[in-house]
Design a protein around this ligand. Structure first.
Ligand SMILES: *Cc1c(COP(=O)(O)O)cnc(C)c1O
Length: 332
């Protein structure tokens, strides 16, 4: 259930900040209220005041728990009984599986064959049925739609869903409530669920705050879309930021991003590794490559932050330790 909002040209009813507030109520006492962290080293390096929201410390290790739980909690009793199907390259799968277990709702997850082993194992571990597909040749949307049809399951996609967007927005709501007003908010994006939700919260609580999206250089479909005014689709990008390999924005996320987001910038994989090392060394945080996108935009100057108060969403920390060690090993 979402609060009433004006339909877009395409007839979709977009979520609003009221929906973020409803989501916050559902998540109260269920999701962790992750802290607002600061680092003197980060401030010195950027000549800014950075406030980090470490969603790597969220339940199941990423912000996706917020949207997944909110979307399942919003289903009718009959839908909850029938169960949920979703598709994801990782964290949304775990979020749906875990939230389903907490809410007593059966879950089926469609995952790419090459998803990180830790993410597949965790998803099965939470009790979901996992079905694999080849993301370079098969269409997960079609597979999901077919399963939804034949098994009568509710389809909860990873980002293009009003309750998912509203749930993700609670991260920025908490950050601004805890850290106070911001000049800039930096948020990574794949399909834009986190960015759209956080923009709804930031603009409602702190209208002067300028919200920027950050995506990998190799996959700048979001930047192309925002700058050209229509959703641009690209091939699945090759980047270490596996949570941001989504090749296009959604019909719900794009109009919200268009209305509320200042710009979308890109950072290189090298900058992600450097941010990953910073988080491990200085802040004692294990952050996955995608989780480093927003911070990397501040560290590289992709978004100029000098003299500003800047919120930085760390989106997740689910990286298997073998990869983590290889990323951080000195080149050589
Ligand atoms: C899913 C995910 C993203 C991208 O989120 P969208 O809502 O698709 O933009 C970023 N970081 C992590 C860790 C994720 O799991």
């Amino acid at each position: 259930m979402t609060a009433a909002l004006k339909p877009t040209e395409t007839g979709l009813v977009l979520p609003t900040y009221a929906d973020v507030e409803i989501a916050a109520g559902r998540l109260q006492g269920v999701a962790h209220r992750t802290p607002a962290l600061t680092s003197r080293t980060a401030n010195e390096r950027t000549r800014a005041n950075l406030v980090f929201k470490p969603e790597n410390l969220q339940r199941m290790g990423a912000f996706k728990f917020r949207g997944g739980y909110n979307a399942i909690a919003a289903l009718s009793p009959a839908q909850k009984k029938a169960g949920v199907v979703s598709f994801s390259s990782g964290n949304h799968a775990q979020a749906i599986a875990y939230a389903g277990r907490l809410l007593g709702v059966p879950t089926t997850i469609i995952m790419p064959l090459d998803a990180p082993a830790a993410k597949v194992a965790a998803t099965r571990g939470y009790g979901a049925e996992v079905i694999t597909y080849d993301r370079y040749t098969q269409d997960r949307l079609a597979i999901g739609a077919e399963l939804a049809q034949t098994r009568g399951l509710a389809l909860i996609p990873p980002y293009d869903h009003p309750d998912v967007i509203a749930g993700q927005g609670t991260a920025a709501k908490e950050l601004i409530e805890d850290a106070g007003p911001l000049d800039i908010l930096l948020v990574c994006l794949g399909g834009g669920g986190l960015l759209a939700g956080c923009a709804l919260a930031a603009k409602a609580l702190n209208p002067a705050c300028r919200v920027f999206g950050v995506e990998p250089e190799a996959g700048n479909d979001g930047q192309q879309s925002l700058r050209s005014g229509k959703i641009v689709k690209i091939a699945v990008p090759k980047t270490i930021a596996d949570g941001a390999q989504t090749p296009f924005l959604g019909d719900y996320t794009f109009p919200i991003i268009q209305a509320l987001v200042e710009d979308i910038v890109t950072v290189s994989d090298e900058a992600l590794v450097s941010a990953m090392r910073f988080f491990a060394e200085r802040m004692k945080l294990v952050v996955e490559p995608t989780g480093c996108l927003a911070a990397a935009a501040a560290f590289t100057g992709a978004v100029p932050v000098e003299g500003k108060r800047v919120g930085v969403i760390i989106s997740g920390g689910n990286v298997d330790l073998g990869s983590f060690a290889r990323f951080l090993a000195p080149a050589g």
